[in-house]
Design a binder for this molecule. Structure first.
Ligand code: GDG
Length: 483
């Protein structure tokens, strides 16, 4: 029987070592949370890194790591510290990530990182080839593995390979600055189907292929000498029922069942029932516009002192890539901004920003989503942004207002939100006032439409649509051969 082989940088689980014991926790992050449900329901194996380097795993626990992964239908790729440094922190996160998010000033072009990126991509491809059987569908994910599709293709020319890019694809003028642009494009073109979150990313990719590699591009088809490659947009959804059910259960909790965080949030609303909670949740990443958001909040409080003690920004920033200097700098900048603004506006009974720098368990995430009145998500660039969709899915009584940056892929599908430019503080400030004053009836009208759409275009549908389109590429193959 044929199966699907999913390949991503990280597995959907993280294996940690505590006092010589292995502990398994779920991975946080858009790709893992999104694809997990597809993996659970289908006949698939998932290949990726476990989170522990070769040096960290004691010899006697090597088999246990494999076993822990196998139990979840996962295969752990072994990576050394040097490989993680060059491949993950290096080329993936100091070259591709900033370049694809238009942060050209952060983009490094380090030849050593590139060499390690290539050799690690080869490792992933080889692991796939070990598990591959004719008829299997191979689904490669994201910017850390851009070379994997062609590495598989070279060994298995008839394999059915899909690739999905979870981050933006930049315009040709930006992409062309990458020294290894030809190799990167050729790597991805090993796939039969290439998917993006939005039509804009898709057309940027097609334009780079036609201008850099000079392949013929017709509408969304690229003609290579030996085959056709299809390119399309598949906006990723969320596991809607999971978030809706969690929110429904959350409201059934008795006083004793409530989490400590929930009690604090309840305390806030009992003390000042008219005060609004504004929520933001992201990985601590410069693309997410967190520093801008805090500055915009300061701009808002400066110009509208009537909202002092009437609003609070609840900000969850999840630690991420803390080995990369820009992330360390950003952490310091945010600490400083939060301290300054809390110092500037606090009263004896009120602090404007509650700031959490940590990852929270899922139930606390639901506490935050359901207790806040407004979500303020202001990325400078974001492939999709699943948090925006999760917030709406948890609003089971349909109240709540989403303020969302136009630079997030999700903005294309969420027109009923208040859409803002993250660099325009005045616009953000006005959106906050509009959100605070929006009548409940209007909130419900907007959210009803959003919820209907998100429920329909769930992550399950996203994965099924992609797999169906991948299946259909075999017909194109036959047609191409018959030419
Ligand atoms: C990349 C792209 C694209 C967050 N904090 C906690 C937590 N989360 C979960 C959220 C959400 C996920 O992490 C974050 O997803 P995003 O989509 O917002 O962002 P990225 O991690 O940057 O994801 C992005 C995505 O891939 C999918 O293609 O949308 O544009 O950058 O699911 O719920 N989960 C838990 N605790 C936390 O503290 N349990």
């Amino acid at each position: 029987m044929s199966k699907t082989i999913i390949i991503s940088n990280r597995l959907p689980l993280q294996i940690n070592l505590e006092d010589n014991n292995l502990e398994v926790t779920p991975s946080v992050g858009g790709l893992a949370t999104g694809l997990k449900s597809f993996h659970k329901d289908g006949d698939s194996i998932w290949i990726g890194w476990s989170g522990l380097t070769e040096e960290e795993i004691p010899e006697n626990l090597l088999e246990d790591v494999k076993e822990k992964a196998r139990k979840e239908d996962c295969v752990a790729v072994n990576l050394s510290e040097e490989e993680i440094e060059g491949f993950y922190y290096g080329f993936s996160n100091r070259t591709i990530w900033p370049l694809f998010h238009y942060f050209m000033e952060y983009t490094e072009a380090d030849k050593d990182h590139w060499e390690i990126y290539k050799s690690v991509n080869k490792k992933y491809a080889e692991e796939v080839l070990k598990h591959y059987k004719e008829g299997d569908h191979i689904w490669v994910h994201d910017y850390q593995l851009l070379l994997v599709p062609n590495m598989i293709r070279e060994q298995q020319p008839e394999a059915i390979i899909g690739f999905f890019n979870h981050i933006p694809f930049p315009s040709y003028e930006v992409f062309r600055t990458l020294p290894w642009r030809d190799e990167v494009l050729k790597g991805v073109l090993g796939a039969d189907l290439i998917g993006f979150h939005t039509y804009d990313y898709e057309r940027h990719f097609l334009s780079s292929v036609s201008r850099i590699l000079r392949h013929q591009v017709n509408f969304n088809e690229i003609t290579l000498p030996e085959r056709i490659v299809k390119v399309d947009s598949f906006p990723m959804g969320i596991d809607y029922n999971k978030f809706e059910d969690a929110a429904l259960n959350h409201f059934k909790n008795t006083a004793e069942q409530r989490t400590e965080l929930q009690r604090r949030l309840d305390h806030h609303s009992n003390e000042t029932p008219e005060a609004k909670l504004i929520l933001s949740i992201d990985r601590l990443d410069y693309t997410k516009g967190i520093a801008n958001r805090i500055r915009a909040f300061e701009y808002f409080l400066d110009r509208h002192p009537e909202f002092i003690e009437k609003v609070r920004l609840v900000m969850l920033a999840v630690p991420s890539r803390s080995n990369v200097p820009q992330y360390q700098r950003l952490k310091r900048e945010i600490d400083e901004l939060v301290g300054r603004i809390n110092g500037k506006f606090s009263t004896v009974s009120w602090t404007p920003i509650w700031y959490f720098y940590r990852s929270m368990p899922f139930e606390n995430l639901i506490d935050l989503y359901t207790s806040c009145d407004i979500a303020l998500l202001t990325p400078i660039r974001d492939g999709m942004n699943l948090v925006a969709k999760e917030f709406i899915a948890t609003r089971v009584n349909q109240t709540g207002v989403l303020i969302l940056s136009e630079m997030a892929g999700a903005a294309h599908e969420m027109n009923e939100a208040l859409i803002i430019n993250p660099n325009n503080f005045e616009q953000i400030s006005e959106a906050l006032i509009q959100a605070i004053e929006m009548p409940e009836e209007e909130q419900k009208q907007r959210n009803k439409i959003l919820q209907k759409r998100l429920k329909r275009y769930s992550v399950e549908k996203w994965a099924n649509d992609f797999m169906k389109a991948l299946d259909e590429t075999s017909q194109d193959r036959d047609a191409f051969k018959a030419r």
